[in-house]
Design a protein around this ligand. Structure first.
Ligand code: F6P
Length: 410
């Protein structure tokens, strides 16, 4: 059989299985391995043009017809995977919930002589899970329902899966992954599996297909050189947002992540309007550094009225904490948490956009670049350019791109 492997994804819906499957598939492919993903949900949606199978009742264990259709879809994908492996394919990834032993036994029986690796995804982070459920409820398959109904239906679907779920215990070669933290929680590998070390690496490595890191447009406070606050965009800032929308109109952006502040939401809004569909997810983790007692002051006022702050911050900007506020160092944890949410909520195949702030964007960028901490608070973060980031095991790209619309005149 050579170096063939079947990876069987396992886990309840919305636990990050497909994102993990795509990350594995794409990276193995870049390594020159012939790999293909067989996704039952996608096949169901392709076969069901009238959204008949998106109702929660379709997933009820008591619905004999629904159960038969799901098993049939699983068999169709198994057959496709058999053909793929017989035709020279090397790694088949079976992407579905696969929560019952019976389903897993059917898959195992279909690939005699080929080792199987069960990859179970869980996500213990309640906030990220909730945000993921909300995101899923906005997907195309629920478009015919109002958002609350869609969410209710999806939650019920998960409960049905939970009611029939059986733990992985007798299956050989299983690996339990926290898909929010991209870490391996448990491993039980009992035979030599091809590509296994590579698979472990990929699970824990951050891969970024396209991340557009944008700073919000000019605000009233920016114009006055004031820090913090929640001021609105100036006319120039609104123009910048429009120019960004124009610039990205032909680039697919399904989600824009922002902070909770008006200026990032105002910048994201015209960009989202040019996309179909696009949701804006505001994450408090991306709020700008809180300057405590200095909020709303200009740098000059700080120098004059609070010389001790200016004096202490200057030489140690990264570790300095504003009285009653934050510092770059103290933002580290929350910004990294925000990034984990972004990668969990964004499908691996899709472009990511973050509209953030000067200090927050410096922190985001520095989490990809290995920069000395004293350099981080000085990373160039202009308002008429954005950073384009791509990272995979074979490539690292950080590009500063001007989006300025030459005709807009600013
Ligand atoms: O001036 C805009 C701003 O985003 C402020 O709100 C924030 O305090 C500052 O930039 C961060 O930049 P620095 O750390 O260089 O002062």
């Amino acid at each position: 059989m050579g170096r063939k492997l079947v990876i069987v994804m396992v886990g309840l819906p919305a636990r990050g299985k497909s994102t993990m499957a795509r990350k594995l598939g794409r990276t193995l492919e870049l390594d020159g391995i012939r790999v293909r993903i067989f996704n039952n949900g996608e096949l169901r949606r392709q076969l069901d043009t009238n959204s008949n199978t998106s109702s929660s009742e379709f997933f009820s264990p008591a619905n004999v017809q629904g159960r038969e259709m799901r098993e049939q879809i699983s068999r169709m994908n198994i057959e496709k995977a058999q053909t793929f492996l017989a035709d020279g394919g090397e790694v088949a990834i079976m992407d579905a919930s696969n929560v019952t032993r019976e389903r897993r036994q059917t898959i195992a029986a279909a690939f005699p002589g080929v080792p199987l690796c069960y990859l179970e995804c869980l996500n213990a982070d309640e906030e990220a899970l909730e945000a993921n459920l909300e995101r899923k409820a906005r997907l195309k398959e629920f478009r015919h329902l109002p958002p609350e109904k869609a969410l209710e239906s999806f939650v019920k679907r998960i409960a049905y899966y939970e009611s029939i779920s059986e733990p992985l215990d007798t299956e050989p070669n299983r690996i339990l992954v926290d898909s929010f933290d991209s870490c391996i929680l448990q491993e039980q590998i009992t035979e030599v599996l091809p590509y296994y070390d590579r698979i472990r690496d990929i699970i824990t490595t951050r891969v970024v297909r396209n991340l557009f890191l944008v700073r919000h447009g000019e605000t009233v406070y920016n114009r006055e050189d004031r820090i913090g606050g929640d001021s609105e965009l100036t006319d120039k800032g609104l123009e910048q947002a429009k120019a960004l929308a124009e610039h990205f109109a032909t680039v697919r952006i399904p989600i824009i992540f922002t902070s909770n502040y008006t200026r990032t939401l105002q910048t994201a809004s015209p960009i989202a309007e040019r996309q179909d569909p696009c949701s804006i997810i505001a994450l408090p983790e991306f709020n700008e550094i809180h300057a405590g007692v200095c909020e709303g002051m200009t740098y000059e006022e700080i120098r004059q009225k609070m010389p001790h702050v200016a004096k202490a911050r200057g030489p140690n900007k990264y570790r300095y904490v504003y009285p009653g506020g934050e510092g770059y160092k103290t933002m580290e944890e929350r910004v990294h948490r925000g990034l984990k949410k972004v990668f969990f909520l964004n499908n691996y195949d899709e472009n990511i956009m973050i509209v953030g702030h000067r200090a927050v964007n410096r922190m985001i960028l520095s989490s990809f670049l290995s920069r000395q901490e004293e350099e981080i608070p000085y990373i160039y973060m202009p308002q008429d350019c954005y950073y384009h980031i791509q990272i995979d095991p074979h490539k690292r790209l950080f590009e500063l791109i001007a989006y300025r619309n030459v005709t807009s005149g600013w």
